[in-house]
Design a protein around this ligand. Structure first.
Ligand SMILES: Nc1ncnc2c1ncn2[C@@H]1O[C@H](COP(=O)(O)OP(=O)(O)OP(=O)(O)O)[C@@H](O)[C@H]1O
Ligand SMILES: [Mg+2]
Length: 276
């Protein structure tokens, strides 16, 4: 029998957004934390290669980062940092390194070849991306098993989110998106925001994304940022922390539903080529 390429059925999750500053990094970090607390092994990867800041939210100053992986003698394990012992690791990126921002397909291929060998140890690979539609964002989004698009109720976030979905659909044929509505004032905001985006997708592109969940606006979150402690540790009972837990549970259900198919999929697929 041929060996499964992904025997643990690990799930790669790209966290992206149209507009910047909507909460991607905090949600990636805290959903990772929630999954780890639930007993899963998680690798959080900072793929905001221009403006990396997961390390700042964790109060860490990693010695090595993604850029070091381009040196032949450096292996993935040397670059990873344990956030919590027992299965919550972090792979730092580098800020202000233009070479990483302008990574071409060959560079990405080298990087992912090196990383793919270690990815299989984890149940979840969470990829925190930069805002917008740079080539790196698009490639990683297409290669991942699941795309979580963080949206806020602001009209500018909605239009930018639609633009991200449209470009991934028209250039790469992607139709599978999970929407996470952040910074909502009431539960009604979640459905209203999701419905507006879903209606535009259905009308213009012929498919609808799925709703992952919503996270309330909560002063505990900026407070956790200032203290450089993940929200789930700083204020586990806060409204936003509770909402993040709900989103993590939903993500786990997505993984369970796809378990069989995942075993035959590499953790990060092939570097995608856009349609002409
Ligand atoms: N649910 C929330 N409640 C209150 N404030 C929030 C919430 N989510 C995000 N914020 C605020 O938004 C700020 C930006 O969050 P974060 O850095 O996670 O966004 P981002 O989308 O990763 O930004 P970038 O596009 O620059 O990478 C946080 O520091 C916090 O102040
Ligand atoms: Mg960010």
């Amino acid at each position: 029998m041929p060996q499964a390429v992904n025997p643990k059925a690990s799930l790669s999750v790209a966290i992206l957004s149209g507009k910047g500053g909507v909460g991607k990094t905090n949600l990636a970090l805290n959903m990772s934390y929630a999954l780890f607390r639930a007993g899963h092994r998680v690798l959080l990867m900072d793929f905001d290669v221009g403006l990396a800041n997961v390390d700042v939210l964790l109060g860490l100053s990693p010695e090595k980062n993604l850029q070091d992986l381009f040196r032949p003698e450096v292996g993935a394990a040397e670059v990873m940092v344990a956030v919590e012992p027992g299965g919550f690791d972090f792979l730092p990126a580098a800020s202000g390194v233009p070479e990483l921002l302008e990574m071409d397909d060959d560079m990405r291929e080298i990087l992912f070849q090196k990383l793919n060998a270690s990815f299989g140890d984890y149940d979840y690979l969470m990829l925190d991306l930069g805002a917008g539609i740079s080539q790196t964002v698009l490639s990683v989004a297409v290669m991942s098993h699941v795309r979580v698009l963080v949206v806020t109720p602001e009209p500018t976030s909605l239009t930018d989110s639609y633009a991200v979905i449209k470009v991934l659909h028209t250039q790469y044929g992607v139709t599978d998106f999970h929407i996470l509505v952040n910074q909502v004032d009431s539960p009604g905001d979640i459905k209203a925001t999701f419905n507006r985006l879903a209606a535009a997708c259905q009308h213009f592109l012929g498919f609808s994304p799925e709703l992952l969940g919503g996270v309330r606006s909560d002063p505990a979150l900026p407070d956790a940022v200032r203290r450089q402690i993940p929200l789930l540790r700083h204020a586990p009972r806060s409204p936003a922390a509770q909402d993040v837990l709900g989103c993590a549970v939903k993500l786990h259900r997505v993984r369970q539903a796809r378990q069989e198919a995942l075993a035959d999929m590499p953790l990060l697929g092939k570097i995608p080529r856009p349609r002409k």
